[in-house]
Structures are given as structure tokens and as C-alpha cells.
Ligand binder design. Structure first.
Ligand code: 26V
Length: 826
């Protein structure tokens, strides 16, 4: 079934690739410069050139975009809706050029322009950083794959005016700066004010000491204005839409209610209402308790469902058809209020009965879980619901009443069970457990890698799995090979295409044909050459943008992801310190020179994570200044990690660090990007890394450390002090940190790290894994000394990475959760 969906889409791809190239391209570009900016090509700024190229590209795709919508309206197929608080898109220009297949035209016509420095124009586009990390980037890969597979689909999200903060490093500290990415007009978005929706909110807002607070009593309305972005599938046949909602207020906004003629008050209220989509919450994995985040989630759900239902009603006249025509995927619990909101629409607006409404709701919705961390599981105070959406609360209580009656009936002798499974957490302030609501109110709950789905089912929500075994399933994540291989690594992509043809671009399993080439000395040589070129390119980019010098002749070893204790950047830097000690003790020690790259943002309120950033930077400085180690090992912290930085660093990396405490990384997706770009992985048996090693063979991976089972089992007796007392290298490394060797001018600054590791039990078991990590690193270094053997393993890894395309993931969602099929746009 899965394979059928993919094959079908592939055949269509072969049959026809839309010819967009037209000779009017350059004229169109000039015209945009002239008409939009009133500037001649030779006088235009890079930014103006970018906008003009982007706009001429958009002109090119508009017809096809409309044609896609018309086809979908005419064929009336089942549509897929992906609801997500985050879409971490990054830049769009290059990917649209590639997916539209107009590279030649762009190269010939625009490169010919002597005023045009193509790479600089591309760099002018700001990253659309509308997400925190993996969950948001996955959403962006998914909508691209949906379009490529020609599935009629739409993404729904929020148009944050400020994306994830910009990270600056000052004296080793992370400083956050606002990311005003929309400061200049975004050429990809199209406002659709005519499709604005109106959302009731049960309260108004006011400012108290700079904090937005609800003003109970008076209800009000918010407007959701859609801003559409084209999502171009590879080959340019299907162009789907990503619809981002911006909050606004009606023009006549409550002016009448200010009988005192409080004109200024009314304007202030408008500004407050518009703050709803002002900024992305930058905490991942800890709950944002703020009411504004709650309103954001409610706003996304209400706007999107109103839109979805209106579209359904345009072509269908029977509510019974809803689950046959609509599939809604909830990206984590963030949009889980959709359960209550869809119920409300069907009960109150469509006036259906409860049982019918419940059946339609459950069959239409599906839920994906992205984390097991208890502190990230969303719970919202009942009070918030009372204030913002009292009707939703009424419905949730009724869902809960019926559900608990069910529980009672099935387990009459287990009183505690009802309180464990309840959608409402009692004791203290009443809260709604959003994961429970999502599991009960949908027909599918999936995790994002085998181990994660298993842990979810057997440990975290086992009693739900017992009640609804048929609902639980796994969909291992994937990434789009168009962005992460074809666009990010042009040289390697060309080498692959030259060797096995270009079918891999739309069917990544084709990479299997590289397998025999692992034994081909010429191919190995060429692989190493492309890697070397990518490393040089990265080194010169880093020097020119951040002023940091790195040596491309060293191993490029990268750990790039959000800074989090469970991801264990601390384990990585501890190992660096172990190496540092070894080199200082034995000046003639032979180790392959290595550059350890770190990149990632820490949540602004996550103090320990920010301190880890500081430690990494301080260790880097001390190593640079020590003649014993300078030039042999180096630590480089690349500031402001984002999608574009990842696109540069991943192709240049030899080593991929995936070293989370086993059982804590749901899947990981960076791990997959490294694998398809020919890096070798050093990692724990966690998330999708386990499946990657299964595909490539464990002998081609550097796996180490405790398994998830061992982590859970040893919790009761694990004692980090034992490692400090008994392992001399561990002790020496820790002592350097604790004795301010890396903080001579800032004594005591790393005390919280000591406390976390030594006094608070080292929850993420850094010390338990440090020796086996160091051993694995040792083996890795030895292999690197044999370039031929290294290249062989790296090529095997690439050849075995085909399963980790988001095309495969989406084909599985389509077949097993959505029951959706491609709708070819001819
Ligand atoms: C959680 C929260 C909690 C409430 C406040 C705002 C906020 C924002 C984001 C998150 C998301 C945390 C979950 C997450 O990003 N999970 C990651 O999902 C990836 C895609 O499935 C997966 O590869 C990573 O392993 C997983 O950590």
C-alpha cells in the first residue's frame, strides 16, 4: 500500500515535469526591479535583486498554484491538513528554483547579469525561523513531501512576526536578540484578506506590569487573516499551500462599547489583540505557562478548523462524509484543542447529536507525539479555558464524563485508574491534560521512531494503549532529500546522479545502487574530494561571517541541535576535556587533529543550558591558548544555529554526534541529514539512530553507552560519584571545570554544572557513558587515519539512508493514518 502511493507519484513524476522555463524570465526580473523598486538593474541592492528574482519566480508558479487548487476543487479528493504551531522553513528561493526545475533558466539568464552575485542574492533572504527545532523542521519537510507526492494537503500555522531569537555570543555567553524577519516584505507570502475568519474570545486583554492579562466578563472577537505560501512539490506539478494566520482586529473593533469615547483605549486593545501572533515561544521541552501561548494555540485551532470546514462545505453536503474527505494531523498536543473545537462546530453549528459528532471527530483527527519528557507534556489551567473558550471547556468536561464512565465500566475494581486517565488533573489548580485529550479524541496516536513509539505505548501511556490498542502506531521520521542533499550538497548530489542516475531525488531508496561503489576506489576518491571541497567552503564561510578560523584538514565533528541536558552537549565537551588532558600529559601523543563544532540555541529561561554554552566557549578559548593543544584539537561554537547554518555545516561534516541519554530523543532528524551527506555517526541507541544503524549495519556505526532499558534499570542505584572516585580521566576532566581552569576570571561560574552532575545525581547519566564514549571516539579516530576504510563506511551509510526520506514517512501516514491518495495535477 505504502509502496503504491510512492510508485504512483513517481510514475507521474517521470511522465511529466512541468516546463516552467521561459525566455521572458530576465525581462520579468528587470520589470520587477523597475516597477517594485524603481531601480535599474545596475543600481539595485542585493535585497532588491532577491525580491525581484523571488517575485519573478512567483509569477512563474502562480498559474500552476491556482491550477492545483482548481484541480483539487474539481476532483474533490480527501484532503490532508497538517496543524502545527511551528514551521521551521528556512530560506525558500533555492528550493523553489530546484523544485520548479528552472535552474538552467536562472543560471543562464540571471547569472549572465554582471551585477549579479548569485550566492549573495540567495544569502539576502532571511531564514523563516518559525519554529524551535525538530518538530518545526519536520513540519516543513512534511509539507514539501506532501506536495512532491501530489497529495492534496495544506499546512496551517501562525504567522509570527518574530521567529526564533537570533543568538549572539558575547564573552562566551548566549545573548538573545529579536528576529524581525518580516521587517522587509516577504515575497513568498500572499495575504488573503477576503478569507479572513472571525474567532470569538471569551475575554478581553489588558496590560499589567508589561504582562498580558485576561479581563474577564466582556467577550470579544479576533480576526484571523490568512497569509498563503506556495509549497512547490519536486517537479512542479503540485503546488500546495501553507496557510499562516495573522491576528488582527475588526475595523469597527468594539469602538461602540467604549461609550465614554475611549478612543485611545480602543486602539490599545487593538494592539493587544494583534500581539497574539507577534512572537514564537522559544522554549522547547519545557512548558510555557503563559496565557498568551494558550491563546495562540486556541487561535490556530479556531482559524484553521473554520477554514477547513468551510472548504468541506463548499463541495460536500453531508456531514457524514467528513472523515472521508478530511484528515487532520495534530503536530504534538499544541493544536489538541481541535478535538473540542471540531465537536463544537458539529454540535452547535451543524446541530448534530453527540454520538454522531463524536464518531466524526475521532475519525477525522489524528495525533503525533514528539516527546516523552514529562516537563514538556502540555497541561493547561481550567481557568484559561473558562476565560478564553468556555464552550470548549464544557465540551471537554462532557467528553471526560463519558470517557471515565467507560473506564469505570471496563475496570470496575480499579478506582485509581480513572484519576490517572482523566482529562482533568485534580489536586491543586485544575488542569486539562492535553495528551490525554489528544489520545481519547483521535483515531491515531503515533510516535516518531520505533523505540519512541514503543516507550510511549508500553511506559508513558500504557493504560491508554490497553484501552485503544488499535490507535497506537509508529511513523519513523524522515527529511526531504531535495533540501538536505540535492540543494545543500550540490557537488555530492552531482556525483551521485552521475553514478546512479537522478531517480534518487524523488525515490531515495534508489541510493541502494551506491552500495557496490563503496568497493570502487575511484568513487571513494571522488567522495573524499567532494567532502574536502565542502569542508573548505564551510571554513571560508565561517571565517568571513563569524571571523573564526578552522582547518579543513582536521576531522570535522559536529553536534548541532538545541542545547538541552538530555542531548548531552556536556558529554561531548567532557570528552574534549579528556583529550585535552591526554595531550597535555603526553605531548607526543598521536591523535588525528579534530575540530569539534557545536551549534544550537538554549531556551532563554533554561539557565543550565545557557551555562553549557558558556562552558563550551570557555573550553574552546583555553584550548586555543594552550600551545600543547592548539592546532591539534579545536572547539568552534558556530553562533545562531538555524536551517541555513545546518545546510552549510552538514555537508562539510565527517562525524555526526547523536549522543542523547538513551530513551530521551524521540527520533532526531539531524542524524538522518548527516547520514545522507556521508558523515559517520557516533551515537547512543536512541531514537531513529537505532533504525539508521539497523539499515547500514552496526559495524558501520560507532554506537556506545547504556541502552534505554539499562538507563531505566540503573536509575535506582546510579551514583555519579562512583565514576568520579574510580575513573581517573573522568575525575581529572571534572576537576578542571570545578577548579576554574576554564574560568580563571570568573571563579565559581560553573558551580551549577558541578551541582547537577555531582549533587543532584547526574539525571542524564553523563558520567555513566563517558568511558564508553571515549572508547568509541578512539576507534573513530583510528578509522579516520585510513581514508579508504573511512570512505567505504561513509558510502555504505549514504547507500543505506534511503529509508529516511520524508517521502517514505508521508507515504506511510497517507496509507496507514489518513487513507489519502495522490491527486495528480495534469
Ligand atoms: C514543546 C513545547 C512545550 C510547550 C512550550 C513550547 C514548546 C515548543 C516546542 C515543543 C516541542 C518539543 C518537542 C520536539 O521538538 N520534539 C522533537 O521532535 C522531533 C520531530 O519529531 C524529533 O526528531 C526530536 O527527537 C524531538 O525532540
Amino acid at each position: 500500500m505504502t509502496k503504491t502511493v510512492v510508485n504512483q507519484a513517481l510514475k507521474q513524476h517521470e511522465r511529466k515535469t512541468v516546463r516552467f522555463s521561459d525566455k521572458a524570465g530576465y525581462e520579468r526580473y528587470q520589470k520587477h526591479l523597475l516597477m517594485d523598486h524603481v531601480v535599474l538593474p545596475e543600481a539595485a541592492s542585493q535585497r532588491e535583486r532577491f525580491e525581484a528574482v523571488a517575485r519573478s519566480l512567483r509569477d512563474l508558479l502562480t498559474e500552476r498554484w491556482l491550477h492545483t487548487q482548481q484541480t483539487h476543487d474539481k476532483e474533490n479528493p480527501k484532503r490532508v491538513y497538517y496543524l502545527s504551531m511551528e514551521f521551521l522553513i528556512g530560506r525558500t528561493l533555492t528550493n523553489n528554483i530546484i523544485n520548479l526545475g528552472v535552474e538552467d533558466y536562472v543560471r543562464e539568464e540571471l547569472q549572465a547579469d554582471p551585477h549579479q552575485d548569485w550566492t549573495e542574492v540567495v544569502e539576502t533572504e532571511p531564514d523563516a525561523g518559525l519554529g524551535n527545532g525538530g518538530l518545526g523542521r519536520l513540519a516543513a519537510c512534511f509539507i514539501e513531501s506532501l506536495a512532491t507526492l501530489q497529495i492534496p494537503a495544506m499546512g496551517y500555522g501562525l504567522r509570527y512576526e518574530y521567529g526564533i531569537f537570533r543568538q549572539v555570543i558575547e564573552n562566551g555567553f548566549q545573548i538573545e536578540q529579536p528576529d524581525h524577519w518580516l521587517a522587509q516584505p516577504d515575497p513568498w507570502e500572499v495575504a488573503q484578506p477576503r478569507q479572513t475568519v472571525q474567532i470569538p474570545v471569551g475575554c478581553q486583554f489588558e496590560l499589567h506590569d508589561g504582562v498580558l492579562q485576561a479581563k474577564p466578563g466582556l467577550g470579544t472577537h479576533l480576526l484571523g487573516v490568512p497569509y498563503d505560501r506556495p509549497v512547490v512539490g519536486y517537479g512542479g506539478q503540485t503546488i500546495n499551500t501553507l496557510r499562516l494566520w495573522g491576528a488582527a482586529t475588526p475595523d469597527h473593533f468594539d469602538f461602540g462599547e467604549f461609550s465614554s469615547g475611549d478612543f485611545v483605549g480602543a486602539i490599545v486593545d487593538r494592539i493587544l489583540a494583534e500581539t497574539v501572533t507577534r512572537v514564537l515561544y522559544p522554549d522547547d521541552s519545557t512548558r510555557a505557562g503563559q496565557a498568551l501561548r494558550f491563546v495562540q494555540e486556541y487561535f490556530l485551532v479556531c482559524c484553521s478548523l473554520a477554514d477547513i470546514v468551510a472548504r468541506f462545505q463548499r463541495t460536500n453536503d453531508d456531514w457524514q462524509l467528513l472523515p472521508q474527505k478530511v484528515a487532520i494531523q495534530l503536530n504534538d498536543t499544541h493544536p489538541a484543542m481541535a478535538v473540542a473545537e471540531l465537536m463544537r462546530i458539529l454540535l452547535d453549528d451543524a446541530e448534530l447529536g453527540w454520538d454522531e459528532t463524536w464518531d466524526l471527530t475521532v475519525r477525522t483527527l489524528a495525533y503525533t507525539n514528539h516527546t516523552l519528557l514529562p516537563e514538556a507534556l502540555e497541561k493547561w489551567p481550567v481557568r484559561f479555558f473558562e476565560l478564553v473558550c468556555p464552550r470548549s471547556l464544557e465540551i471537554i468536561h462532557e467528553i471526560n464524563r463519558r470517557f471515565l464512565a467507560d473506564v469505570q465500566q471496563r475496570y470496575p475494581d480499579d478506582d485509581q485508574r480513572a484519576s490517572r486517565l482523566s482529562l482533568v488533573e485534580e489536586g491543586g489548580e485544575q488542569q486539562i491534560r492535553m495528551a490525554n485529550l489528544a489520545i481519547v479524541g483521535t483515531h491515531s496516536t503515533n510516535g516518531v521512531a520505533k523505540i519512541h513509539s514503543d516507550l510511549l505505548r508500553t511506559r508513558v501511556v500504557s493504560e491508554f494503549a490497553e484501552m485503544f490498542p488499535e490507535r497506537f502506531n509508529n511513523k519513523t521520521n524522515g527529511v526531504t532529500p531535495r533540501r538536505w542533499l540535492l540543494a545543500a550538497n550540490r557537488d555530492f548530489a552531482s556525483l551521485i546522479t552521475e553514478s546512479i542516475g537522478d531517480r534518487w531525488i524523488a525515490d531515495l531508496s534508489e541510493l541502494r545502487h551506491l552500495m557496490p561503489l563503496a568497493e570502487d576506489a575511484t568513487f571513494r576518491q571522488r567522495f573524499l574530494e567532494t567532502k574536502q571541497t565542502a569542508k573548505k567552503r564551510f571554513a571560508s564561510w565561517l571565517e568571513s561571517t563569524a571571523g573564526q578560523q578552522v582547518n579543513p584538514e582536521t576531522i570535522f565533528d559536529s553536534q548541532i541541535k538545541r542545547i538541552h541536558e538530555y542531548k548531552r552537549q556536556l558529554l561531548n565537551i567532557l570528552h574534549v576535556i579528556v583529550l585535552y588532558n591526554r595531550l597535555r600529559e603526553n605531548l607526543s601523543l598521536a591523535i588525528p587533529p579534530r575540530t569539534f563544532f557545536f551549534a544550537g540555541k538554549a531556551a532563554p529561561a533554561y539557565r543550565l543550558a545557557k551555562l553549557i554554552v558558556k562552558l563550551i566557549n570557555n573550553v574552546g578559548r583555553v584550548i586555543d591558548e594552550d600551545p600543547a593543544t592548539a592546532g591539534r584539537i579545536k572547539v568552534a561554537f558556530v553562533p545562531n544555529y538555524n536551517v541555513s547554518v545546518a545546510e552549510r555545516l552538514i555537508p562539510a561534516s565527517d562525524v555526526s554526534e547523536q549522543i542523547s541519554t538513551a530513551g530521551y530523543e524521540a527520533s532526531g532528524t539531524g542524524n538522518m541529514k548527516f547520514m545522507m551527506n556521508g558523515a559517520l555517526t557516533i551515537g547512543t541507541r536512541d531514537g531513529a539512530t537505532i533504525e539508521m544503524a539497523e539499515e547500514a549495519g552496526e559495524e558501520n556505526f560507532f554506537l556506545f553507552g547504556l541502552t534505554a532499558e539499562q538507563v531505566a534499570e540503573s536509575r535506582s542505584y546510579y551514583n555519579p560519584r562512583w565514576h568520579y572516585d574510580n575513573d581517573p580521566e573522568t575525575r581529572a576532566a571534572l576537576d578542571l571545570i570545578f577548579n576554574d581552569h576554564f574560568s580563571r576570571d570568573e571563579p565559581g561560574i560553573f558551580t551549577p554544572i558541578r551541582e547537577s552532575l555531582m549533587d543532584r545525581g547526574d539525571y542524564f547519566m553523563h558520567l555513566a557513558d563517558l568511558t564508553s564514549y571515549a572508547e568509541a571516539q578512539q576507534k573513530l579516530g583510528e578509522l579516520y587515519a585510513d581514508p579508504d576504510a573511512w570512505a567505504r563506511k561513509a558510502i555504505i551509510n549514504v547507500a543505506c539512508s534511503g529509508r529516511f526520506s520524508s517521502d517514505r514517512t508521508i507515504a506511510e501516514y497517507a496509507a496507514e493514518i489518513w487513507d489519502a491518495e495522490p491527486c495528480p495535477v495534469t
